[in-house]
Design a protein around this ligand. Structure first.
Ligand code: ZN
Length: 141
């Protein structure tokens, strides 16, 4: 995919985020902050046993942090907690520039953020949602 398509994916998730809304009856609510950019999210998850049954986020921050959280929720809803953790690890690996092409492909829409590996200042923005997810799941185990 060209970088234009990646930009379109990020723009689309900023203009029309699918999962950016408040969830009243979430089982897990966790705040994630990235002071270096001023990004802030509240991640909200509903669990059904080991499965992430539903999720949303609210927050403010740069386009990358908000788009990344929205993309993440689209990937993890309906997945088991350990599957979501594996995706989070893979995402971190991609952002560090250590993932193989195959691993990057397996990240579906989140692969739109792979070029962040070359933008150290934006890394914390891109991983904010995933880092918060990992912490939320770790806390719930
Ligand atoms: Zn940011």
């Amino acid at each position: 995919m060209s970088s234009n398509i990646y930009n379109e994916i990020l723009t689309e998730h900023n203009i029309r985020p699918e999962f950016k809304y408040d969830m009243e009856d979430a089982d897990i609510v966790l705040e994630g902050v990235n002071p270096s950019c001023g990004d802030n999210i509240w991640l909200k998850l509903k669990l059904d046993g080991d499965v992430i049954a539903d999720g949303s986020f609210i927050g403010t921050g740069c386009a990358i942090s908000q788009a990344s959280a929205d993309i993440m929720l689209g990937m993890i809803i309906g997945k088991k907690k350990d599957e979501a953790l594996q995706m989070a690890e893979l995402f971190m690996k991609m952002i560090k520039g250590e993932a193989t092409d195959e691993e990057i492909d397996s990240l579906e829409e989140a692969s739109a953020l792979k070029d962040i590996a070359h933008m150290p200042a934006r890394v914390k923005c891109a991983v904010l949602g995933w880092r918060t997810l990992k912490e939320a799941i770790d806390n719930s185990l």
